[in-house]
Every structure is written in structure tokens, then in C-alpha cells.
Design a protein around this ligand. Sequence first.
Ligand code: PEP
Ligand code: MG
Length: 747
Amino acid sequence: MTQDFQTDSRQMLGRLRAVMAEDAAGQQRLDRITRLIAEEMRTEVCSIYLFRDEDTLELCATEGLNPQAVHETRMRLGEGLVGRVARTGKIVNTDDAPGTPGFRYMPETGEEAYCAFLGVPVQRLGEMLGVLVVQSKDSRTYSDEEVYALEVVAMVLAEMAELGAFVGEGAAMSARHQQAVLFRGTGAQEGAAQGHVWLHEPRVVVTNPIADDPQRERERLHEAVEDLRVGVDRMLSTAASGDKEQLQVLEAYRMFANSKGWLRRMEEDIGRGLSAEAAVEKEQSTARARMGQVTDAYLRDRLHDLDDLSNRLLRILTGQGHETGAEMPPDPILVARNIGPAELLDYGRALKGIVLEEGSVGSHAAIVARALAIPLVIHADRITTEALNGDHVLVDGDQGVVHLRPDDTVTAAFRDKMAMQAKAQERYASLRDKPAETLCGTRIAMQMNAGLMADLPSLGSSGAEGVGLFRTELQFLVRNHMPKRAELSELYARVMDAAGGKRVVFRTLDIGSDKVLPYMKAVDEPNPALGWRAVRVGLDKPGVMRMQLQALIRAAAGRPLTVMFPFVAQREEYTAARAEMDKAMARERILGHPLPETLEVGAMLETPSLAFAPDSFYAEVDFLSIGGNDLKQFFFAADRENELVRRRYDTLNVSFLTFIEGIVARCEASATPLSFCGEDAGRPVEAACLAAIGLRTLSMRPASIGPVKSILRRTDLTELRRVIFDARDRGEQSVRPAVMDYLRGKL
Ligand code: PEP
Ligand code: MG
């Protein structure tokens, strides 16, 4: 790098800044910019191509090409050399443009006279805005210095575009972030929501991309990086030692924060006239562009870490914190790359919808979103780049679709959908106090599944008769430390208070498999779903289980208590867990604490083995609850977390129904109360079939109670049972077609 060229580059940026400061319309500005770049770079041509729509680029300003071609010449993404730069995000630098494969001849521009071609992407934080091109008549390759200088200018252009510099009268480009964008992700909690974007991590706005005093900017950068390093070290020293993932992220932060290459590249950019924050953002843009091309999950994660770190550095430099002064809209749709369960709980029910770039259906955030009944779409790729605070947005959690800045027709259609859903909800609400009594007079007990305090208000609003499954692990999952006994006991007491005397079935800690506590040592297992989980952990390392049982007894404080052990696979496990319960009771008695008024201790039936357990087991348990989610995965040997197989086997498959029927018969014979608390209990058709084969208690998400009750009240179980048996007798694999036929005729 020569000192001379650095000076030139700074001079070019200085002139660029003067152009930006002039009071001019968007087009005029672009025209002046192309002229000054051509002069400074000593090239005959400088042109700016910007995206007209998602896949068309338009020549928006030129110095040297035929001016008539401006706003006339267009190319598709990937077409010609310009299109290639835009598609790949990589520069093209050639001394023989017409001879370069992919060159497209555009007679209206008079371009064929130019041999040398240098095109660089105009991009901001991974968002491609256009292409900046210089061309010369003589056959030469632009030097690294020239390439670099043009990249810096392109970066400043992108920054200016973000600030709206090219918008206005005679606009050369429409304002960024104004077009409608559709995101196709994955629905992780159903429901439709309309509202305005609230960014979990607000975008940092760089208002001063160009700086005069590189020495000062370097100092600012160094000070900020030092602050950053101290902050990362502090985070590392306080991080939970068992949280492997968090430690990995923080270690990556530390590595990047201390990376000499990172700092050097930013210093070089400053040397070329960028401000410290613009230099950080340039590096961030490069990392984001790479992110789009990397398929390796580990590498992508590290690029994300670098992105996070750059955001932190930008916040330090600009002084823009999370508190940007922006006000949360009244109907916020949270947009984030990802979010932890505790942070999501902090927002609580204020949110109308949630859209994440990452996440998974089984993630803790998804569990919380479900508990709060907030529509959630995950895998909405790049939405944090596109969305701005306050943008109008529609979230369709059923289809996994998000419409950002939708046009009026889309909004109108969406409103119709929401109105229909609201109508259905009204209908269900009117059933709230009515019993789930079928046409043949059978009463089905409707209970709800819960796991957080936030769930409890649904007990009243849904008309649930009790909590059939309280997943206690959620309280453990949303914290970053092991809760204390007193904390738990207070929480369980509040749950019982909120239930107002309705029965709550507390399931003891079901961790392992997909539910990993951040503060517990993770165990590497080849098949976690078949591994060391739930009651197996509780029995092998009884400390936490004992603490939990004690907390439950103390919370009951003389009230009835119901406890259920998860994932029991054989009688001895239940007997051993029950013995822990008895010991806990005895200990509490000795300590003088009031014992529960009544105590029921049950087990979840989640492994096929338990369906064939000895009679003594059925006699011993106070009740059983079928955990259909796990039971089905083991029955069909199909991982419930694996998209490739998780929907492959139908609940209404005759083998599975026959299997459940056998469990119902055993429970009837031993007078063991039985319920079903897997997801299928909340699916109306499946729920009706479960009732038809003998289930009398169903526990489901609160939102499912209305739809399930509605179908049950219109069904004759004796008839439905006959339909199921007839289909089975005919040798059908699934009774679903026959059941659907029957229900269609009835409803
Ligand atoms: C089940 O397995 O059906 C169940 C209710 O438990 P979880 O979904 O929490 O594993
Ligand atoms: Mg389970």
C-alpha cells in the first residue's frame, strides 16, 4: 500500500462527503458521485447500478457511458458481469471485459469500447444494494489499491443509501426498506398476528462514515476494542461453567476481539478515510456476505459470533445502546435473530407475534411462545436485515409465512383470515363453561398442559378443569442457574394458588434428550432421546429430585398434591421414585412441616414397555398419563425431533390405536385412572378418536380446548368407535380417511 494512494483515497472520500452535504436531489447526487469517482480513479467510466426489484439491476447513474442509457439499461441478477457481481457479492476485475465469459453486450451504453472492468458490490450488512463499476479503454487490470479504494467508496455509498441520501425528488433509487418482502419460514406456534416491528437488537445507525483525522479514528477504535475485550473477559468470568454453548460463544468472542487481522483490516480502512464505526461495519458486511455462502453450521455460528461482536463494538463507538429512545409500538411483533426463553418471558404477553431468523420448533423460546400463545415463525432468513422498527408486518404462524410491509391486498386478505379465526375463537369461548359431553352422553374431562406461571391465566379463560400436565422443567430451562428449593416451593405454591383448588399434576423434572439445562454438565450421548433422561437422571442423581419433591410438599402446605414421574420404563423405576416421595414425606413430617391433605403419585406412560408391565404396577400407581409424543416416537421408532420422519406415522394408524386400546383396557381392569397428555390430545380429530377408544381425560394446550370440546360435543362416540373398528376390520392402515368421512357427514 503506498502512502500516496491512501491520500488519494481519503481525498476521494472527502469529496464524496462534500457531495453528500450539498443540497441536491437523489439523481443529481448520484451523477456527481460517478463523475468524481471517475476523476479520482482516473478512469473513463464510472457507473452505479442499483436493484430495481429483487432480481433486476438498473443503470442509475453513469459518467462515460451513454447518458441515454440511464434508467433504460437493465439486467437480471447474474446476467453479464454486473449481474455476476450482484449475485455472488464478489468483485470482478478484468483487463478484457468483452472477452470475459458472461460478458453481455449492451449496445445502448456504448460499452464495448472499454476493455478494463472493475465491479464491486454495494452492500450493507449483507444486504445487496447494487454494483459500482469503473471501466477504462486501455487494457489494464486495476491494482489491489484501486480495488480496495472502490470497495471503500461502495461501502460509503451503501451507508448513504441507508440514510436516504438518494431518495427524494428525481430519486435514483427508492428508499431502502420500503418494498414489501415475503419470508417463508417455519410455523412454530400457530395463530395470525398483525402489528409493527420491534427489533430485539436495534440496528446501529452510522451517520458519519467518512472521517478527516485517521489518527483520532484509530485511537477511538483502539479504545473501543479495549472496552470490548474487558467486557468479554467479564462475561467469561461470570458465565455458567456448565453451559458449553455459551462458553463456546464467549471464547469465540474473545478470539475475535483479540484478532490482529480484524483490527488491522479496520485500521487500514480508517487509513483510507473511513470513520472507526464505518470500518467496523465494513468488516461486518464482509462477514455477513460470507455467512450467506457458508453451509458449514459451525462456521456459520462463528460468523454470527463475529457479527454480534461487531454490533457490540458499534454500540460502544456510537454510544447507541439497546435504549435507542425508540418506543415500542402498541402492537409489537418481535423480530430477532434468536432469543432466549428468559428474555422472551420479560416481554411477556405484550407481544403480538414473534419472528426469528433461527430457532427450532423444540427450542425453549418456542416453548415459551407456545405457553404465551403468541404466533411464532422461525427460520425467517434475513428478516433482521430487512425489517426496521415500526414496519407493518403480518405473521402467519400456521403457514410459517411473514409479510413485511405488505401491500393493501395482502393486508386485506390477512385481515379476513384473522376475522375468521376470531369468529371461531368467539364460538369456542361460548363453550367455555359447557361440559365436553358427547352426543351419546359421555363426559370427557378437559385439562390443560402448562409449565410457566404465564400459562395459569389460561386455566380460567380456556375452561380447563385442571392442569393435567405441569412440565416443571420449563422453570429450570428459563434460568441460567439451578433454582433453589425455596424459590421452587414459592413458585409451586403460586401455581396452586392460581389454580384455585383445581387439580394440578406436577410432573417431576423431565430433562435430558432435547431439554438440556444450561448450568448442568452436558452428557455426550449417541441417542439422547433413548438416553439418560427424566426419571433415569432423577434416580441416578437423586439430589435435584429430592429437592423438588420437598419443594412440592412444602408448596402444598396442607393442600392436595399430585405428582407424576416422567419416562418410567419399568415398575422398579416407579417403585424407587415413589420411595423417594415417601422418604420426602417422612422427612417433612419429622421437620414438622404440614403434609399435603392428600397425595397422588402417578407415572407417565411414554415407553411401550410400560404397556406390558406386570399387573402389580397398574395396581401400585395412583394414575397413569399417556405421553403420546414420546410413546409414538418409540412405538414407530421415529424421532419426534427429526423433520424427515416425525410426521411419517399417523396417530390414527390402526397399530397405534390398537396399542392405546390395550392400555385403556388394562387401566379399566385395574381401575387405574388414565389420561392422555401428548400433543394429539389437542388435535380435534385425534382427540375424538382417543375418546372413542376409551380415553376419558385429555390434557392439551389451552388454545386447543375450545376446538376439541366443539368436536366432542357434536360426536357420538359409539358411532365413531364403530367407524374405527370397521376400518380396522377392513384391513386399513389408518382409520383417518374413514373417520374424516364420518365426521364430515356429521359436523
Ligand atoms: C409426551 O411425551 O407426550 C409428553 C407430554 O411429554 P413431553 O412432550 O414433555 O416429552
Ligand atoms: Mg415425554
